[in-house]
Design a protein around this ligand. Structure first.
Ligand code: CAA
Length: 304
């Protein structure tokens, strides 16, 4: 049996919240990585966030200045996807739109060398449905990272019905190289993480709607009572309320369990453009990346 060569060149498509962090950890592991985005300003912002993360890591003595410099040397950026033609790994981190992901995988299938790994960072869409857009579904896998990618230890490896055992083995080897702990999950809606995370977040939002307690106290309940590093509402702000809404809608459509139905308050905040930390407001107001107070808009509208 032939042994697949080690991954040397990667392309990450999508330079937003997840993509820049994924590109960082790949480059940190010594993989020549190209971060791609159609929007040059998103690309520039992604690169500057990588630089900030690395500088902060040096400050906190988590990595040396030499490691930071080597990481940056392994990282390049492009608005074109030309680097796909020589890559042995694609990780897609574009918005959670199945049609967009399928189009990207079809394009990657036509361009990537044989034997490359085709991975999606989707947090809830079906890997089988994405893989169907290619002629090589055995090489397609879910590699689901967590925000902030350079800190969170988990990699959720999602095995589609046609994902080959060698693709799975290579994914687990990659996780080790990236110093992540992997779990393997079958291609079920929301996998292990989003399915549980969305339910908790949605219920916390319904509790806000019903006036059970304040936003801060609901978060404090889970932090101090259950030992979560962040409360579910602050975490929803971190992930992005628009992202949470999309995932909830998708899971409600397939699982048809009331817990997944997006709460009205979530829809209202997204409509207001209060999509969380990245927008400066969600359940909280955020300034310079720090949570400062509850967002008055949470209380301003009709409750439920
Ligand atoms: N580089 C390297 N290490 C860094 C770093 C950097 N730039 N910045 C911080 N660190 C290290 C710190 O040194 C510290 O390490 P130790 O534990 O060894 O001391 C650790 O990271 C924590 O850092 P901080 O003390 O600065 O921060 P914190 O304690 O306030 O934690 C947090 C911040 C990690 C975000 C924490 O609040 C947390 O874990 N929150 C939950 C995040 C979460 O659940 N994410 C998943 C969201 S769901 C998702 O992403 C998937 C999806 O599909 C949408």
């Amino acid at each position: 049996m032939s042994v697949a060569p080690q991954i040397e060149r990667a392309v990450v498509v999508g330079a937003g919240t997840m993509g820049h962090g994924i590109a960082q950890v790949l480059a940190q592991a010594g993989i020549a990585t190209t971060l791609c985005d159609v929007d040059a300003s998103v690309l520039e912002r992604g690169l500057s966030r990588v630089r900030e993360n690395l500088d902060k890591g040096v400050e906190k003595k988590k990595l040396s200045a030499a490691d930071r410099d080597a990481t940056l040397q392994h990282l390049s950026a492009s608005t074109s996807k030309a680097a796909l033609s020589t890559a042995d790994l694609l990780i897609e981190a574009i918005p959670e739109r199945l049609d967009w992901k399928r189009a990207l995988f079809a394009e990657a299938d036509a361009t990537l060398p044989r034997g490359a790994l085709l991975a999606s960072n989707t947090s809830s869409l079906s890997i089988a449905a994405i893989a169907e857009a290619t002629q090589r579904p055995g090489d397609v896998v879910g590699l689901h990272f967590f925000n902030p990618v350079h800190i969170m230890k988990l990699l959720e490896v999602v095995k589609g019905p046609l994902t080959s055992s060698s693709t799975l083995t290579r994914s687990l080897e990659l996780a080790q190289r990236l110093q992540k702990s992997a779990i393997v999950v079958n291609d079920a809606p929301g996998f292990a993480t989003s399915r549980l995370g969305i339910c908790l977040g949605n219920e916390a939002m319904r509790m806000v709607e019903q006036g059970v307690a304040s936003v801060a106290d609901i978060d404090q309940a889970m932090k101090l009572g259950y030992g979560h590093p962040m409360g579910p509402l602050a975490l929803s702000d971190l992930v992005g309320l628009d992202v949470r809404l999309h995932i909830g809608e998708g899971l409600f459509a397939v699982l048809a369990t009331q817990g997944f139905a997006p709460p009205a308050i979530l829809r209202r905040l997204v409509e207001l453009g209060h999509t969380g930390k990245k927008a400066g407001a969600g359940f909280y107001v955020w300034e310079r990346g720090e949570l400062v107070r509850e967002n008055p808009a949470v209380r301003a509208g009709p409750a439920a």
